[in-house]
Design a protein around this ligand. Structure first.
Ligand code: SF4
Length: 293
C-alpha cells in the first residue's frame, strides 16, 4: 500500500508478442521475473523448475518461510498504523499474526529441529517486543509505501523485474528504501554487502517509476535476530551503480538459463528445506540449513 503504488506500473498487461515478457509468460505464466524467482534459480535451478515451470505440488511449506512472512506483516502493521495516524499496535496483536499465519497454512508446515508452533509464537513475541522498543519502529519521516510491488524494465533483453518493497519513507533529504530481514545472527559488513544488490536494484526500479517526482536517496536494511534476546540493527547501504550493473548481468545469466531450460540439480543445504525433495533424485538428506528471510 502507499503513494508509490499509485504511480507504479505492474507488468500484468498483455506482453508484446516476441518480447522477453511474452517469453517469460510462456515459460512461467508470468510476464516478468521476480527477485524471488531469480534467487530461487541461483539457489537451485531444478527447484526453480519444479515450482515455476512445472508448477509441481510442494510436499510442505518450511516454517522459516511462513515465519519470515509473518514477521514482515507485523513490521508492516506498525508502519501502517503510523501512516494512518493510529496508535501503535500491541505486541500481543502483532505476535498473534505469527501464529495465525502458521496455523492457516493449507500445506503441512515443516518445522526445524526443536521448533514448534508454540516456540515460534514465543519467538515472534520476543522479536516484536524488541522491534517496538527499537528506534527503527518509529523512523524519522512519513511512510509512503509499505509492502508493495515495484516493477520495471532494467534491460530490454530481460523481462521486467518485479520485487516486493518492504518500506519507503519520505524524509527531508528524499526517500529512504528499507528492507527487513529476520536472521539467525547479527549481520556483519560482508553479509550486508551480499544483500545490498537487491536493495540497489529496487532503488533503480523505483527511481525510474517515480520519474522525477522524488528520488530514493537512502537505502537500509533492518535486521532482527531470531534469538533469546532479539537484536534490532540498522545497516545503511551505499548506492553503487557498478553493483546494480553486476546485478543486472547476473539476472541476465539467470534469464538465459531459464529461456534455454537449463535446470540442473544443485544438491546442498537447500535440500533440507526443499518441498520438492521427494521428487528429486539428487536430494541430499540431513544437509545444513540457512534460516534467513
Ligand atoms: S532436493 Fe536439492 S537438488 Fe533437488 S531440487 Fe531440491 S534443492 Fe535442488
Amino acid at each position: 500500500m502507499g503513494v508509490i503504488s499509485s504511480i507504479s506500473q505492474h507488468p500484468n498487461g498483455l506482453a508484446p508478442s516476441g518480447s522477453p515478457a511474452a517469453e517469460a509468460q510462456s515459460i512461467t505464466g508470468r510476464p516478468y521475473l521476480s527477485w524471488t524467482q531469480v534467487s530461487s534459480y541461483q539457489q537451485c535451478p531444478r527447484a526453480f523448475a519444479f515450482r515455476y515451470v512445472e508448477h509441481a505440488d510442494p510436499d510442505f511449506v518450511p516454517s522459516s518461510l511462513l515465519f519470515g512472512s509473518a514477521m514482515h506483516e507485523a513490521f508492516a502493521k506498525v508502519h501502517e498504523h503510523d501512516m494512518e495516524g493510529l496508535p501503535v499496535p500491541s505486541s500481543e496483536d502483532l505476535a498473534g499474526k505469527v501464529s495465525n499465519l502458521l496455523n492457516s497454512s493449507l500445506l503441512p508446515v515443516r518445522y526445524s529441529k526443536g521448533e514448534s508452533a508454540e516456540s515460534l509464537h514465543a519467538l515472534g513475541q520476543r522479536m516484536v517486543d524488541a522491534f517496538l522498543a527499537a528506534p527503527e519502529s518509529k523512523p524519522e519521516g512519513q511512510p509512503v509505501c509499505i509492502e508493495d510491488r515495484a516493477s520495471g524494465i532494467i534491460d530490454p533483453q530481460i523481462p521486467p523485474i518485479e520485487g516486493k518493497v518492504d518500506f519507503v519513507r519520505l524524509t527531508k533529504d528524499g526517500l529512504v528504501l528499507r528492507d527487513y530481514k529476520t536472521a539467525r545472527s547479527k549481520w556483519n559488513p560482508d553479509k550486508v554487502e551480499e544483500g545490498a544488490p537487491q536493495l540497489r536494484l529496487y532503488a533503480t526500479i523505483l527511481n525510474d517509476q517515480l520519474d522525477g517526482w522524488r528520488k530514493i536517496t537512502g537505502l537500509e536494511f533492518v535486521t532482527v535476530t531470531k534469538a533469546v534476546k532479539p537484536v534490532v540493527t540498522l545497516h545503511p547501504v551505499e548506492m553503487r551503480q557498478e553493483s546494480v550493473q553486476a546485478c543486472i548481468d547476473q539476472i541476465g545469466a539467470v534469464w538465459d538459463g531459464i529461456r534455454k531450460s537449463v535446470y540442473p540439480t544443485r544438491p546442498g543445504w537447500p535440500c533440507k528445506t526443499c518441498p520438492y525433495a521427494s521428487k528429486c533424485p539428487a536430494a541430499i538428506k540431513h544437509a545444513g540449513a540457512s534460516d534467513e528471510s
